[in-house]
Write a protein that binds this ligand. Structure first.
Ligand code: SAM
Length: 272
């Protein structure tokens, strides 16, 4: 990032603006993404283009989605980037990624140093478009990255871990300290790679049942399943699935949650 431009610019907290300026981190991220010319590359929140420039050097054209008009104006007149970018000035949470993929006639490779304030809802939003996504690389707060990759019997394991791991194989790629950003956030960040499964690991008949079930279970994560799921399953019904009702939500595997969700899906007139 050009220091002179940045000094004149007041980072907007409400847009989660923490700009990357550490060249070694930037090149590690770009190598992890490994962009190729024939791919449909989409960046969420390009900012001043810290990642956009090195990625654009590897390809002919890419799409960027940026909400901040000042940053869009900067990118639009950038001498190297202006001819390389298809700029969408829009809130990413309103972008139709299916249409984007259809326009490019390819599945999307999405990446971004995400605005921290919308990372979780954005990841859930993107799962609606999982069928048109090839992979995703996101810089996230470390705590959120830990939740994405957490396994059962871990405090970080919860609804997000289950839904995300149902859709994707997730791997942490790189840990990044606060000094690599301007302004520096208070916490470490981690870049993660999410690769959607072509065939889900577990079959789920009705995904909304899995979402509801995990919501109910983790709303009261300190309670035993006998208590937290008492409106849905008796102790006997849990035992039939090989589940000890004295366990807590964080002890159940994703497979178990999928199995229970499938039972709910088969119940006639179930309100859950
Ligand atoms: N990629 C740049 C970098 O690494 O230096 C900037 C990253 S900064 C953490 C997040 C970027 O996302 C900012 O440019 C911000 O304006 C943009 N942004 C925030 N909320 C957004 C939204 N709802 N839709 C699209 N872009 C958004």
């Amino acid at each position: 990032m050009n220091n002179r431009i940045y000094q004149k610019y007041l980072a907007r907290k409400r847009f989660g603006q923490n700009f990357l300026h550490d060249n070694s981190v930037i090149s590690a991220i770009v190598s992890a993404i490994h962009p190729k010319p024939d791919q449909a590359i989409v960046e969420i929140g390009p900012g001043f283009g810290a990642l956009t420039k090195p990625v654009a050097e590897c390809i002919d054209k890419m799409t960027v989605i940026e909400i901040d008009r000042n940053l869009v104006n900067h990118l639009a007149v950038h001498p190297f980037l202006n001819s390389k970018l298809n700029i969408i000035q829009q809130d990413v949470m309103t972008v139709n990624f299916s249409a984007l993929s259809t326009n490019m006639n390819k599945p999307l490779r999405i990446f971004g140093n995400l605005p921290y304030n919308i990372s979780t809802p954005l990841i859930f939003y993107l799962f609606n478009y999982i069928h048109v996504i090839n992979d995703m690389h996101f810089m996230l707060q470390k705590e959120l990255a830990n939740r994405l990759v957490a396994y059962p019997n871990n405090k970080a394991y919860g609804r997000l871990s289950i839904i995300a791991q149902y859709y994707c194989h997730i791997t942490p790629v790189l840990e990044v300290p606060p000094v690599s950003f301007r302004p520096a956030p208070k916490v470490n960040s981690v870049m993660v790679r999410l690769v959607p499964y072509t065939k889900p690991l577990f079959s789920v008949k009705n995904l909304s049942k899995l979402i509801t079930l995990t919501k109910i279970a983790f709303n009261q994560r300190r309670k035993t399943l006998r208590n937290s799921l008492c409106d849905l399953f008796s102790t006997k019904q849990l035992a039939e699935q090989g589940i000890d009702a004295m366990l807590r939500a964080e002890n159940l595997s994703i497979e178990h949650y999928c199995r229970l969700a499938n039972i709910l899906a088969e119940r006639p007139y179930s309100k859950n």
